[in-house]
Structures are given as C-alpha cells and as structure tokens.
Design a protein around this ligand. Structure first.
Ligand SMILES: [Ca+2]
Length: 294
C-alpha cells in the first residue's frame, strides 16, 4: 500500500497502533499503564486544588505528576531517539515549589499551567503506545461505523428531492399580497396571481433542474369582480437562460369556474418555467395555479 494511502486510512484501520502493541511485553505494558493512571490521578487532583486557589499544593502535585510522566515517557521514548518528547526542557518540573499559597504569585500560576500542559502532552503520547487489541477492535468498529453512518446520512440527503420552488412575476395587482405571484404555486385554486390594470405580464417559476413532460394550468377568475383572467398565453421552459421548449395555449372566453388545462411540454433538464400572458379578459390577466408533470 502506498505510504500516503496508509496515512490516509490510519485513523480508521489503526495499523500503526496495532504494530505498537507488540513493542512491549505484557508485564511492561501493565506497569506503564499503572503509572500513567497515577499520572492522570495526580493531575486531576492538582486541577481541583488549583481551581480552589490552593496554588502551592497544586504545584506540588502537578510537579509529581509531571515527574512521573517524564519517567514513564523515558521508558517508551528513550532520550536521543526519534521522537524524543523529553528534549523539550520546558516540560521539566521546577526544582522547587513554594510552600504556601501566598508565596506562589503569578509566576506560580504560570508554572502550574505550563506543567499541566506538559503532563497532558506526555500522557497522551505514551498512552497512544499502550493500546490493547480490544481497544483497536473497538475503535475500528466505532470509527468505521461512524464513517458508515456518515455515508448513509450523506446518501440520504443527496437522494432527497430538492422541492424548493421560487416564483417571481413582472407585476402583480397593486403590489399587494392578496394577488402576489406566490399564490400561483400555493396549491389552492381559490388564490390567484393577478396583473395590474390592462397589463399583460409574465410569471417565472424556478425549481431544481428536472425533465418535464407536461404543464398544468388553472386560470384566474377574480370573483366576484370578474374582470381579470388570462385568455391566450405561452409557456416556456428554460435551462438557465436557454429556451428549451415552449407551448402556446388559450383558456378561451372567461368562465367563473375554470378547469385545469394540461398541455404537453417536453423538456429535459430545465429549471424554470415562464408563463407569458398574451391576451387577457377585461382589466388584466392572472393565474390561479401552475404545475408540471415530471
Ligand atoms: Ca393558488
């Protein structure tokens, strides 16, 4: 396997960690694990003390944790080797610590934080070399499982149809919501998009790219005033700005109870329909609903 492929898969296959398991006899591994547990216990106790302002005792305990962490690290990473985490002298514990809290000062707080970071770093490095076969197996199952769940979620999201629809129009009556273009796609025959007086106009419906076979239209009726409805129209199907197909049609003379009109409009991979009013009844045109058949 190519090295970069191996590095890429390491977080899931953990082959490097698996090879590390054979690096130490079981008794040595047990001793190191016990020492690391003690490092962790002292570091956590020091954190509690520091959190209560007991800086002197926190320094003493964190110093002990760091000294033990360095001793354990020296067994796993011999000085002068590669890597040599102990080469960083800033990770050493100070030779002396204050006896009382009021002697610690800000320098004591900085020393404590530095040692806490160093202890955590060494603990993490050594801990990573002490994996067990059970840990490797559990982590593989967990990590591969998470990847699987992620792939399933991504596939589910990708497979969901994009049903977002946006609608705009050249104009709508009095620019008021009761006659807005949105009403031509709300699924309710009683609501309508209506144009301004004597104006024709167009209405655009944008959706996720798809192939369509038919367009379905329901004319406006503008009851009880009965002065607006579309008569002749054209429906155009676009892919971006490119006209892919069009159909001309007519609702005929005004009727107060129009029926759905279905027209063939075969177009592949389009993302917009434009309904263009060519002529209208009395004061203006409109549309109650526009829909399409995939
Ligand atoms: Ca409607």
């Amino acid at each position: 396997m190519h090295p970069w492929v191996s590095r890429l898969l390491e977080p899931w296959l953990l082959r490097h960690a698996e090879r590390q398991i054979g690096a130490y006899p079981d008794d040595v591994r047990a001793t190191l694990a016990r020492d690391l547990r003690l490092v962790d216990q002292r570091a956590r106790a020091a954190e509690v003390l520091a959190g209560h302002g007991m800086v002197a005792e926190a320094l003493r305990l964190q110093g002990e944790a760091l000294t033990l962490a360095r001793a354990v690290t020296a067994k796993v990473f011999p000085p002068g080797g590669s890597p040599d985490p102990l080469a960083d002298r800033s990770s050493e514990a100070p030779s002396s610590t204050p006896t009382f809290d009021d002697e610690a000062g800000e320098g004591g707080v900085r020393d404590y934080e530095r040692m806490a970071r160093a202890t955590a770093r060494l603990h993490g490095m050594v801990g990573a070399t002490l994996r067990t076969p059970r840990w490797i197996l559990a982590q593989r199952v967990l990590r591969v499982g998470l990847v699987g769940v992620g792939v399933l979620v991504a596939a589910f999201v990708a497979s969901r149809p994009d049903d977002r629809v946006e609608v705009t129009a050249s104009t709508f009556f009095e620019n008021r919501q009761p006659w807005s273009p949105r009403l031509a796609i709300d699924g309710r025959p009683e609501t309508e998009w209506l144009t301004w007086n004597t104006q024709d106009g167009w209405l655009d419906v944008r959706f996720a790219r798809r192939s369509i076979k038919k367009v379905r239209l329901l004319n406006a009726k503008n009851v009880p005033i009965d002065e607006r409805a579309t008569r002749d129209f054209r429906v155009e199907a676009y892919a971006g700005d490119k006209l892919k197909a069009a159909v001309d049609g007519s609702f005929g003379p005004y009727v107060p109870n129009p029926s759905w009109l279905e027209l063939p409009l075969v177009a592949s991979r389009v993302d917009r329909l434009r309904f263009v009013i060519k002529s209208s009844h009395k004061a203006g045109g409109g549309l109650a609903e526009i829909a399409w058949v995939d």
